[in-house]
Design a protein around this ligand. Structure first.
Ligand code: ADP
Ligand code: MG
Length: 315
């Protein structure tokens, strides 16, 4: 049986998940990162893997950009929990043709972004493989009252995002199609930035939070499934930069669809009661209701979404 025959990546994770034995685990499988109590602290741990020709390509990423993306995608998961990153471990599987200068460049990117947040690289693993695979484990700390999971959304909450979406997917498509121009859009794909600058301000007020790694529709569905709620997304409220819309148009596509179904924007999506919304940076894109399903409202018409974001075994 293939992984896609059971419903893809998320169903596989469900299938292999077993109950935890240790009562110190506060958040286990099923969120952006795990949280466990350690003495008087709450530790937060995540890992994300980048595969060559899937998450990056040496044809259009500089080595430094590969390092940037590897670090930022992990920092983003710590941000999504309301945590502060502290330590990183890096695992590399490298093909024979990778030279020392390439590795120096990748480490320039890794150190640039880890230094930005005071993260120390404290270990890792190096081995060989037919394609380049980079896996980062990030360990951080989170204040108990700031732990923000996917499961706290409540009917009546509004859904907000911290910034424009869709540019990373537009950038990827421009690269794959060999299109010139749109340098700023392409940079959103090759040099993403997590939102640790605003995450701690949102955590503690937001009822649920997640980073946008698989597209807005998929992230909202995750929040709804974990919280036992439904959601309405207002298509015309989704923030998409004009350059992203232009880039999508040049490819014969719709930039708002990139925001909904693309990925790797690394903005945060969160839910919050309307009265507390002005304490949190972002724009409102929808609301949570009692029930189930994720609906999209477009020009007064509501449709229940059946297609969601990126799934590695369901593409
Ligand atoms: P994100 O997109 O935020 O990185 P993922 O979709 O990769 O999150 O993972 C969702 C959840 O599933 C996380 O809690 C992650 O730790 C867990 N997970 C992913 N793959 C596995 C696996 N092979 N075994 C156990 N847990 C996994
Ligand atoms: Mg995440």
């Amino acid at each position: 049986m293939r992984i896609r025959d059971i419903g893809g990546e998320f169903k596989l994770i469900e299938r292999v998940t077993r109950a935890v034995k240790n009562k110190n685990v506060i958040v286990g499988i099923g969120d952006d990162a795990a949280v466990f109590e350690f003495g008087n602290n709450n530790m937060v741990v995540t890992m994300d893997t980048l595969c060559e020709e899937d998450h990056f390509s040496r044809r259009y990423f500089t080595p430094k950009q590969i390092g940037i993306k590897a670090m930022e995608s992990n920092l983003s998961d710590i941000a999504a929990m309301g945590g502060r990153p502290l330590y990183a471990l890096l695992s590399f599987a490298l093909p024979q043709d990778v030279d020392v200068e390439t590795m120096d460049g990748i480490y320039d990117g890794l150190y640039e972004r880890s230094n930005r947040y005071g993260v120390d690289i404290i270990g890792g693993d190096t081995t060989h493989s037919s394609a380049m695979v980079i896996s980062v484990t990030l360990i951080g700390q989170v204040d108990k009252e700031k732990i923000t999971t996917r499961s706290g959304a409540r009917p009546g909450d509004i859904i907000r995002v911290t910034g424009p979406l869709g540019a990373s997917t537009a950038g990827l498509k421009l690269f794959v199609d060999n299109r010139p121009g749109f340098a700023a859009v392409k940079l959103k794909h090759t040099e993403p930035s997590c939102r640790l600058d605003v995450s701690e301000a949102i955590a503690g007020t937001a009822t649920a939070m997640e980073d946008v790694s698989d597209g807005l529709a998929s992230e909202v569905r995750n929040i709804c499934q974990s919280s036992g709620t439904g959601a309405m997304i207002y298509r015309d409220k989704i923030p998409v930069e004009p350059e992203t819309i232009e880039a999508a148009k040049s490819l014969g596509e719709d930039g708002v669809n990139y925001a909904l179904f693309g990925g790797e924007d690394f903005e945060l999506v969160y839910t919050v009661p309307p009265v507390s919304a002005d304490r949190c940076p972002g724009v409102t894109v929808g609301e949570i209701f009692s029930g189930s399903g994720v609906y999209l409202e477009d020009k007064g018409e509501r449709t229940r979404l059946s297609r969601f974001g990126w799934d590695h075994f369901n593409a």
